[in-house]
Design a protein around this ligand. Structure first.
Ligand code: S3P
Length: 426
């Protein structure tokens, strides 16, 4: 499947429980099960390329994985030196969290990924890990994968991160669990906090005070996880934008995590004028519930705070900006440049191709709202770019090329989209 043409739609109404399960929580469920002293049970695990790669790695590290197609049961009696190279595919989360988990394990480990992942910066984790005694090597002095790790003993640390990154934070928390004393980790803004919530739920001695997390090393193995992975707000957000930009449309997105560090993009869309309500139905590790989104005329917005809370949704939010009245501004978002693609360039280039006026800055961009034109946009191998411009097509029709990447996070995306509009593969 290399390209798709989506048709303009006049209006739609949909209730769905088929949004892909959360990617961040699925990765963590597989990895954290290796720290438990019994069998973890995971349902609604995201069966997409990124997270299945993490599951495969966990198997290669010696865990017993039983999967009946509904529940995945994982048990482990310690991380074993693998026979295989560990392939994280396209996933930065996979690679960075495994760096933390493996840096103190007994043995030699090689982490690699696809050509996109092998170009993404890893020093943000290998540097602080090296400072506490981890042994890493890799291209550009362990900045670029393949990375090799020789597990070693780690010293306690007080680390002040300059970036708000849940991947770096989670990596260091995993390292801290096996360090030789109490560790602290501070970040400039709170990044997504699934790691803290899940590990605490498993009994880890971890205390969060604002932007600072204190972690005591594990004295014994943790309790197993029992989790049903909620729907992924980042995947749900494509369909929220679809409803928000299509006249007389509405959607109900069921069973989504309502973790405040994950739904900031919905809040931004609400500030733009969309009619959005939240209904909490459950709370397990984090609040979970339904999100209702209704069309309303949109106005421009400036997005500059808590960027890490909506970093993955900015490409889709930019489509809403292109349909809003006025000039929207995105600032303080330099992290976008080191995602699955340089998302400042890919968003700006895509919007320009659709006839939208933009200005590009090192840390963001502006989008002048108006009418979008049908165009051909290439995803540059980035799932979120592909899905964002496909959603833009609901407004004006669109051709999008290079679509395999969608399988990294949302394999049933087109099935769901076909409930709204005509989709033609070429
Ligand atoms: C993720 C954290 C975010 C996000 C990524 C998933 C995670 O990255 O962009 O898609 O699961 O921890 P950073 O923590 O690097 O900002």
């Amino acid at each position: 499947m290399s390209s798709v043409e989506v048709s303009k739609v006049s209006s739609f109404s949909l209730t769905t429980n088929e949004i892909a399960p959360d990617k961040s929580i699925s990765h963590r469920s597989a990895m954290f099960s290796m720290l438990a002293d019994g069998t973890s049970e995971i349902t609604n695990f995201l069966r997409a390329e990124d997270t299945l790669n993490s599951l495969e790695i966990v198997k290669n590290l010696g865990a017993k994985v039983e999967d009946d197609g509904v529940t995945i049961k994982i048990s482990s009696d310690g991380i074993k030196e693998p026979f295989e190279i560990l392939d994280c595919g396209n996933s930065g989360t996979g690679m960075r969290l495994f760096c933390g988990l493996l840096s103190s394990a007994n043995g030699h480990f090689v982490l690699t990924g696809d050509k996109y992942l092998r170009s993404r910066p890893m020093k943000r984790v290998t540097s602080p890990l090296r400072e506490i005694g981890a042994i890493f090597d890799g291209r550009d002095d362990a900045n670029l994968a393949p990375l090799s790790i020789r597990g070693s003993s780690l010293k306690a640390f007080d680390y002040n991160s300059k970036i708000a990154s849940a991947q770096v934070k989670s990596c260091m928390i995993l390292a801290a669990l096996r360090a030789d004393g109490v560790c602290t980790y501070s970040e400039p803004e709170l990044s997504r906090d699934h790691t803290e919530r899940m590990l605490k739920g498993m009994g880890a001695d971890l205390h969060v005070d604002g932007l600072k997390t204190t972690i005591k090393p594990m004295k014994k193995l943790l309790s197993p996880l029992t989790i049903r992975v909620p729907a992924d707000p980042s995947s749900a957000f494509f369909f929220a934008v679809a409803a928000a930009i299509t006249l007389d449309s509405n959607i109900t997105l069921e069973g989504v995590t309502l973790n405040p560090t994950r739904i900031e993009a919905f809040k931004a869309l609400q500030r733009m004028g969309a009619d959005i309500t939240y209904e909490e139905t459950d709370n397990r590790y984090e609040p979970i519930g339904n999100i209702h989104v209704k069309y309303a005329p949109l106005k421009a917005i400036t997005v500059e705070d808590n960027i890490s809370w909506l970093i993955d949704e900015l490409p889709a939010l930019s489509i809403a900006m292109a349909c809003a009245e006025g000039v929207s501004v995105v600032k303080n978002a330099e992290e976008l440049r080191v995602k699955e693609s340089d998302r400042i360039s890919t968003v700006v280039d895509g919007l320009n191709a659709c006839g939208v006026t933009t200005t590009e800055y090192e840390d963001g961009y502006t989008v002048t709202g108006g009418e979008l034109k049908k165009a051909t946009v290439d995803s540059d191998g980035d799932h979120r770019i592909a899905m964002s411009f496909i959603i833009a097509g609901l407004r004006c029709g669109m051709n999008v090329t290079d679509l395999d990447c969608i399988n990294t996070s949302f394999p049933n995306f087109f099935e769901l989209l076909q409930k709204i509009t005509k989709v033609e593969f070429k």
